[in-house]
Unconditional design. Structure first.
Ligand SMILES: Cc1cc2nc3c(=O)[nH]c(=O)nc-3n(C[C@H](O)[C@H](O)[C@H](O)COP(=O)(O)OP(=O)(O)OC[C@H]3O[C@@H](n4cnc5c(N)ncnc54)[C@H](O)[C@@H]3O)c2cc1C
Lengths: 245, 407
């Protein structure tokens, strides 16, 4: 079984977020980068599926050279080889086009990725790749088992769970509890040194989205305590400040 | 600068192995590390957060060695990281080894002791002084954690002066007969094998591999420790143990052989204790900012700031010593005296930091809610084993003056 796992290179979840250049650029100073947590689940499940069924795992990242330590970590966790599309992942459609173009070359049985990245949280790439490749895409996948050429999937839907069977190949956006994150061990880190990491050029620069300005969400306000005797003030606050009445 | 964080990204984000252990890196030593070093550090840190930190206070309180940590250490690659890959080791450099020890000891010195003994005191002598058959027989199993080893040098009557040891072997033609006793031996009660140092009939110190199950060999546990409570310690008692001749380490003898192992282990301790010191410092820094007295955070008082400033200064100096020593180790240039300086200095600063950090926590500091008391008690062993603080002063004094003042 050939598995492609697409990973993002995103700021660590505890990073302080700020912007430069008149709020048009993300300020990377002091920011630690990690494999997107949802992508990390996809990778962990891919490693388990490879253990069960054999095959190979290719990890793919659309990003500039600075993402290579993140890619090496994925190799240390258990991917066999890596491809980096040498381009800034400017928007979901651009990234989806790059993934589709690499994926078409590789005849993969499974294309896994996180249900969303945790920088922009778009959650669009899996379905776009599906459309571009004419393949089904499912998200968010919480259970993924393979029997022969069929996958048994459990997916989270509004108010419940959906169980489905699907023939490979397809694209899945993954989330917990599909697998537990894997911590690379020292042998994995050592062997990742010599695993192939191929750098390819992007197909075109059809970047379609442009950032005008970044804004932080308004700071959370402190909790207001209202005296239990003072119901009028409570009603007033709910009506005029919270505007929920 | 904004104070917003990316933590509102749902469950995955909250559960991610993010770096909530903060490491002071005041002199930007991270710039001197490779991406691989940083990946090694973060992987061991994640491992410690998952497998050690949530349970360590209970293990220490219950005086319980978590036996399943041995195979987990094997799986992550904490045993013998510098031993070549062909023998099951990690094939990594000494900076990597140091970072691994630092992160494990950030969790607990007892856990780090288990890993140091296995790597530096059991695997290293078998690798460096053992025959090819011995290497093949033992190293892969020790690396994977299938086997646990211990190192027997100290005796009831010979601690700082191991050269005076009484444990001895007698040549019986087709085997040696081993008699004597070792004391204060980490991992002993659970060990499958012991690397034991004993004198032959000529008074020359030899290394032997003793296996559990050999007749006349027992490993009674040492009880009542207030330090390294999550690590098990015991005696090795040999009463007419028949040791096959192929169990003798053939390639080095004399006191230099065990001391060569101690160099490796002391190097690991020098890094490890900085992990414990950083854990205490970070806890104190956070507590000082949160705890209010006299209407303001205690961090705003000059005497508290003095403590924090001195802690960060000492941690930074120790980090620099470790980084340079790691390079010297990789180049094969580190001397025993250089390693001794780092071990002594770093343990001392870690102990002082644990004490000062505990004081910053006031009464809360004596509970298991915070790690300082455990680190502090652990470090009392670390300042004693592998050469006491004073013995290390004598080692450096000897180096400076050329005059040995030991005996
Ligand atoms: C928890 C724990 C685990 C250990 N694990 C191991 C292990 O795995 N393997 C092993 O072989 N050993 C182990 N040890 C033993 C340890 O290495 C010894 O305790 C240490 O070497 C000191 O020996 P001692 O306890 O006999 O003290 P002593 O040698 O009796 O020293 C007592 C005091 O006298 C001082 N002193 C001694 N000689 C001099 C001198 N010439 N000049 C000035 N001061 C002097 C010392 O500094 C110390 O303060 C362990 C110890 C502990 C506590």
């Amino acid at each position: 079984m050939k598995i492609l796992v697409c990973i993002t290179h995103v700021p660590d979840t505890t990073s302080k977020i700020s912007f430069t250049d008149g709020n048009t650029k993300f300020d990377k100073t002091g920011v630690q980068y990690i494999i997107g947590p949802y992508d990390d689940y996809a990778l962990a499940r891919a490693v388990e599926l490879k253990e069960q069924h054999g095959g190979s795992i290719t990890v793919l990242n659309v990003g500039e050279a600075e993402t290579e330590p993140t890619i090496r970590k994925a190799l240390a966790i258990g991917a066999d080889e890596a491809i980096r599309v040498n381009a800034f992942p400017s928007d979901a459609f651009f990234v989806a086009k790059q993934i589709a173009s690499v994926a078409k070359e590789g005849a993969y049985d499974l294309i896994l990725m996180g249900r969303e990245s945790i920088d922009f949280n778009g959650g669009q790439v899996h379905s776009m790749v599906g459309e571009l490749m004419g393949l089904p895409s499912v998200s968010p996948v919480m259970v993924l088992d393979i029997e022969g050429s069929t996958a048994k999937i459990q997916r989270e839907i509004e108010g419940g769970k959906e169980f489905m069977e699907l023939d490979m190949p397809f694209i899945a956006g993954c989330q917990e509890p599909i697998a537990e994150w894997k911590i690379p061990n020292m042998r994995g880190i050592m062997s990742a040194r010599s695993k192939p990491l191929q750098v390819v050029d992007p197909t075109d620069d059809g970047v379609q989205a442009d950032v005008e300005v970044f804004e932080l969400p308004p700071a959370k306000e402190a909790v207001k305590l209202v005296d239990p005797e003072n119901l009028d003030e409570l009603v007033n606050l709910l009506k005029n400040e919270a505007k929920v009445l | 600068m904004s104070t917003d964080t990316l933590t509102q990204n749902g469950q995955a984000a909250k559960r991610s192995f993010t770096d909530d252990f903060e490491s002071p890196d005041f002199y930007q030593l991270d710039d001197l590390l490779t991406d691989e070093h940083k990946l090694i550090r973060s992987s061991i840190r994640d491992f410690v957060k998952k497998e050690i930190t949530p349970y360590i206070e209970d293990w220490a309180e219950n005086n319980q060695f978590p036996a399943d940590i041995v195979s987990k250490f094997g799986e992550i690659g904490a045993f013998g990281p510098t031993v070549p890959v062909d023998y099951g080791g990690g094939g990594l450099d000494y900076t990597s080894y140091g970072l691994i020890m630092q992160e494990i000891e950030r969790g607990d010195s007892g856990m780090r002791s288990t890993a140091s003994v296995q790597g530096s005191l059991v695997m290293y002598p078998i690798y460096a002084y053992g025959s090819e058959e011995q290497r093949k027989k033992y190293l892969p199993k020790l690396a994977s954690g299938e086997m646990l080893g211990c190192f027997g040098l100290t005796e009831p009557n010979h601690g700082s002066n191991p050269g005076g040891m009484e444990t001895h072997i007698k040549d019986m033609g087709d085997h040696f007969l081993l008699n004597g006793a070792k004391m204060w031996i980490s991992n002993a009660p659970k060990a499958d094998i012991a690397v034991v140092w004993a004198k032959n009939q000529d008074g020359r110190i030899k290394g032997l591999i003793i296996e559990r199950g050999m007749e006349g060999f027992t490993t009674p546990e040492t009880h009542g420790k207030w330090s390294l409570r999550a690590s098990c310690t015991g005696e090795l008692v040999f009463s007419d143990v028949k040791v096959p001749k192929e169990n003798v380490l053939p390639n080095k003898d004399g006191l230099g052989a065990p001391l060569g192992c101690l160099d490796k282990a002391r190097y690991g301790i020098a890094w490890g204790v900085v992990g414990a010191a950083m854990d205490c410092y970070e806890s104190a820094r956070k507590y000082a900012l949160e705890r209010e007295q006299f209407g303001k955070p205690i961090a705003s008082f000059q005497l508290v700031q003095k403590k924090l400033a001195e802690m960060l200064t000492e941690i930074t100096k120790a980090q620099l010593v470790n980084w340079r020593l790691g390079k010297l180790m990789d180049e094969g240039k580190a001397t025993s005296a250089q390693i001794s300086l780092a071990k002594r200095n770093n343990v001392e600063i870690a102990l002082n930091i644990a004490r000062e950090a505990r004081q910053i926590h006031g009464g809360m500091g004596i509970t298991g809610e915070y790690p300082m008391m455990r680190h502090m008690m652990n470090l009392e062993s670390v300042v004693t084993y592998e050469g006491t603080h004073d013995i290390h002063l004598l080692i450096l004094g000897h180096k400076i003056t050329g005059i040995p003042a030991f005996g």
